[in-house]
Design a binder for this molecule. Structure first.
Ligand code: AMP
Ligand code: ZN
Length: 474
């Protein structure tokens, strides 16, 4: 079966054809690390993870790069407010992003380049654009892309050049330029730039890269001139991605991206989420409320990526019970002892569910359909198991195998299983502490110390207090 994806460049669903199926080159625009990423950002990143997992499930080799934007107006302004350098200010948010992403089962990407580590490459890239007649420097030391030099400008967003309006991010630029629609590749150092370490020497004087340039340079440095797939939230289509195309194709002379995917935004309880409305929600906030990571992940995956997703607390309850049904089902399969004998109807149902699952995801990642293939199997197999007759081991294994295979894309049971590991580990720690208490009570300090060391080796730190021994992960 072939995977078909909606390509926002051609505005049609097309067969996904990477240049080399053994190494599909993918770039996704990553977070700006000036704050904790919110649940909306994570809808986008969970969808990246879905693409990552599903392509591997289909047998493609994948190289997936997601950047961190660590230099832009927001990171600079906030670092300056706090009297920190850019690196000091952004590092904790990069760490927090990785922790939150891991908490909801987003697998690591193959590389997470940061803009500030690619300054030399960016300067060389801008020089190339100047040489090729696509960019011009101003007296103040800023360099702009000349969009009149790039005839294909507008091909992604479908905008007609003459009607290009100043959008918020275009209007952000307070710099002089030849044409209002030109955008900054390199910005001369201003205000707090130098104070926070965001001004680099360049042939045009001290300055910093523009946001669009960062993504073109990082993606091409990591993946080459032509990417198979480029992803981002729907808001990035214009001007960010349009400008990436202009820069990249202007510099290389070849097509930048074969396939573009834009992901629809999430709304929260029916409302656009925004800092000014004060209704942003983070993964860590939800975990603190006691929400299970698998329920969060399930809800983020539940809608088609090109449809709006209304993230709600009621929806989270429903997601938690869906995950619960899956967990109970697997537990039932695990504890049912099978009888010898041939495959029966369950083997056929498992195969049909797997096929329906693949057909759904092949069809532009239709996740609602894929989920109904999974839960349809749960329902049908439960009916089958409710009958008095015995089930063959072959049947049980076929169903378990199908569930495991589908979950390697969904990543739900995988998250639930982390708790199991945690529970088992906690039981072991408690048992070791009790043994140490007993040793201490018997004045056997050698044994007590040995147990402390044993725990320390497992990364567990003990703290003896008046009301007993407490432990934490060190
Ligand atoms: P930012 O950190 O603002 O650069 O955004 C990181 C990614 O999250 C981008 O791809 C955005 O398009 C995406 N994004 C921002 N808001 C939302 C939202 N409400 N729902 C889904 N994705 C979003
Ligand atoms: Zn980008």
């Amino acid at each position: 079966m072939t995977l078909r994806l909606y390509n926002s460049l051609t505005r049609s669903v097309e067969e996904f054809r990477p240049a080399d199926a053994a190494e599909v080159r993918i770039y996704g625009c990553g977070p700006t690390i000036y704050d904790f990423a919110h649940i909306g950002n994570f809808r986008t990143f969970v969808t990246y993870d879905l693409v990552h997992r599903y392509l591997e499930w289909k047998g493609f080799g994948v190289r997936f790069v997601v950047n961190y934007t660590d230099v832009d107006d927001k990171t600079i302004d906030r670092a300056a407010e706090r009297g920190l350098t850019l690196d000091e200010f952004t590092q904790p948010f990069a760490d927090a992003f990785e922790a939150d992403a891991d908490a909801i089962g987003i697998r690591s990407f193959d590389a997470t380049p940061r803009a500030t580590r690619y300054i030399d490459e960016m300067i060389r890239f801008v020089e190339r654009l100047v040489t090729r007649g696509h960019a011009y420097a101003m007296d103040d030391g800023s360099v702009y892309f000349d969009i009149s030099s790039f005839a294909a400008y507008g091909k992604l967003s479908g905008l007609d050049l003459d009607s290009v309006q100043s959008t918020a991010r275009v209007a952000d630029d307070e710099y002089e330029k030849q044409d209002a629609r030109d955008f900054a590749l390199w910005k001369s150092a201003k205000g707090a730039d130098a104070d926070v370490g965001a001004a680099w020497e360049s042939p045009w004087g001290p300055g910093r890269p523009g946001w669009h340039l960062e993504c073109s340079v990082m993606s091409m440095s990591e993946l080459g001139d032509t990417l198979d797939l480029h992803l981002g939230g729907e808001d990035l289509r214009f001007p960010h991605h349009e400008d990436e195309i202009a820069q990249s194709e202007g510099a290389s002379g070849v097509a930048f991206v074969r396939h573009w995917m834009h992901l629809k935004h999430l709304v929260l309880e029916g409302q656009k989420m925004s800092k000014s409305l004060g209704n942003t929600l983070t993964v860590r906030g939800l975990l603190d409320e006691g929400r299970h990571p698998a329920a969060i992940r399930h809800q983020l995956l539940s809608a088609h990526y090109r449809s709006e997703l209304n993230f709600t607390r009621v929806g989270l309850d429903q997601s938690a019970s869906a995950v619960g049904r899956l967990v109970d089902f697997r537990a039932r399969l695990d504890r049912t002892s099978g009888s010898p004998g041939p495959s029966g109807p369950l083997t056929a149902k498992a195969a049909a569910a797997l096929e329906a699952f693949e057909r759904a995801l092949d069809d532009d990642l239709n996740m609602p359909e894929a989920l109904s293939a999974v839960f349809g199997l749960v329902r049908e197999a439960n009916v089958e198991l409710d009958r008095e007759e015995e089930t063959s081991t072959a049947d049980l294994e076929a169903v378990l195998g199908a569930v495991r295979s589908m979950d390697s894309v969904l990543g739900l049971l995988e998250l639930v299983d982390r708790d199991r590991v945690d529970d088992a580990e906690e039981a072991w720690i408690e048992e070791r502490i009790a043994a140490r208490d007993a040793a201490r009570a018997g004045r056997d300090f050698v044994t007590a110390d040995r147990i402390r060391d044993e725990l320390a080796e497992a990364g567990i730190v003990l703290e003896d207090t008046a009301d007993g021994t407490h432990w934490k992960r060190g």
